[in-house]
Design a protein around this ligand. Sequence first.
Ligand SMILES: [Cu+2]
Length: 185
Amino acid sequence: MCAFRTTLGGAVLLLGFAVATTAQQGAASDSEYIAQATSAAPKSVGDGATVMRVEKDGSMRTLRPGNNGFTCLMMGTDKMCNDANSMGFIGAMMKHMPPPDKVGISYMLAGDEGASNTDPYATSKTPDNHWVVTGPHLMVFGAPSKALGYTRDKDPDPSKPYMMWAGTPYEHAMIPVHAAEMRDP
Ligand SMILES: [Cu+2]
């Protein structure tokens, strides 16, 4: 996935997320942040996307309204652009609640910094949490993603499609793409 691992539901953990986010993004101006966040999607999608920024208190600030239903944001250093259903999934995860029963698509064409493939809330690599770093990818959220039939191996080859967090409510498909092709057609 991405930095779902840093978006924990508890107040203290949420504060920790906000602090980490602020520390990593603090230097970026809003315009720099917009450029970085929208780099997760093809330019044609990023240009029309809403851009949101996580504030120190954990709240979200809209830097720029969009018109195509996608929302780009950064979680830690990870950049993602999510459709409306994906935002619902992510919001549920942050609150440790069951995700909505909807299918959603998310772009992470800038890749991610790594995540545990078994513990959605892990904050860093441990000897047994199946850390995986995935390059540019798409994600498919929701129950329909489980029907894709991709491997549910705990230690998948992240250059090929796989299911992240298999067996948890937040299982989703990770689909590697060629970012240069996607971003510069
Ligand atoms: Cu991801």
